[in-house]
Design a protein around this ligand. Structure first.
Ligand code: SF4
Length: 271
């Protein structure tokens, strides 16, 4: 066994014949991809009974930290080794494409433009069908909560916000920029709960949130917690005198009405 050969699996005992078949694996690999692409033997991993994979470094400069994986096997009570598969696999530091994301997860709220659609899954836990009221499949506690949600938001919509959806929203809003811990809230002279620009909401979320209706506030049109706040609080008043500093009358007013009425082309009368 060469020094650089290591067996990764600690739970499966490697087949001795397959473990020793490094040359068989390398020969098959060289036939497949050529000598210039193959580096040192790195390790062997047991896949299953009489199935093992030998890994070789790739020397292709376009595939840094990729490894050739050569799977070998043998039949029961046979010593002949068969090469099953040869593939190129990425190592831990290999450059690979990002993990594929579904469209609905890839498009953020800031990406959404006019005409863009972000479908909601049929089983989205944030929503429940309104007709679930009294559903036999629900236990009494869940049915009660669904009835509460449906009563609160009303019928006429195919789906309404679920308890989980409301909880998610409340936690997100509370932890966001319009919550009590944002820098602007901590520096605010008074909380939204005492602000005249706060519009009350209805439903269970109204116990924590209202909507800011002050165009001077960065939270205008958004849900804010009662203990949020900003410098545009309605109790902050500016005395008119602060904007009307007293000024002295001009000694010589060159912009007065009389100066503009003078005809610049009129002949100068001799004095
Ligand atoms: S103006 Fe400021 S303090 Fe008043 S409701 Fe809006 S965010 Fe809250």
């Amino acid at each position: 066994m060469s020094d650089n050969r290591r067996v990764k699996s600690a739970t499966k005992k490697p087949d001795a014949i397959l473990l020793g078949a490094v040359d068989v694996a390398r020969t098959a690999l060289l036939e497949e991809v050529g000598e210039a692409e193959v580096g040192d033997h790195l390790r062997a991993e047991v896949e299953a009974e009489r199935l093992l994979t030998h890994y070789f470094a790739s020397t292709n400069r376009g595939y840094v930290d990729w490894n050739w994986a050569v799977s070998v096997t043998r039949a029961s009570r046979q010593k002949t080794v068969t090469v099953n598969e040869i593939v190129l696999l990425p190592g831990a530091d290999a450059l690979v494409s990002p993990v594929w994301l579904p469209w609905k997860d890839r498009v953020g709220k800031d990406d959404l433009g006019p005409g863009d659609l972000v479908p909601v899954a049929g089983d989205d836990p944030r929503l429940v069908p309104g007709y679930l009221v009294g559903d036999e499949a629900l236990d009494e506690d869940n049915a009660r909560q669904v009835r509460e949600v449906t009563r609160e938001l009303g019928f006429g919509r195919e789906r309404v916000l679920s308890i989980e959806g409301r909880t998610d929203a409340a936690e997100r809003w509370f932890a966001g920029l319009n919550g009590p811990d944002s820098p602007i809230a901590k520096a605010a002279p008074a909380p939204c709960g005492s602000c005249g620009f706060l519009v009350r909401m209805s439903g269970s979320l109204s116990t924590l949130f209202g909507v800011c209706a002050n165009e001077s506030s960065p939270s205008d049109g958004q849900a804010v917690t009662f203990d949020h706040g900003c410098g545009a609080h309605s109790d902050i008043r500016v005395e008119p005198s602060q904007h009307q500093p007293a000024t002295a009358s001009p000694v010589h007013d060159t912009l007065s009405w009389d100066v503009f009425l003078q005809d610049p082309w009129a002949p100068v009368k001799p004095s």
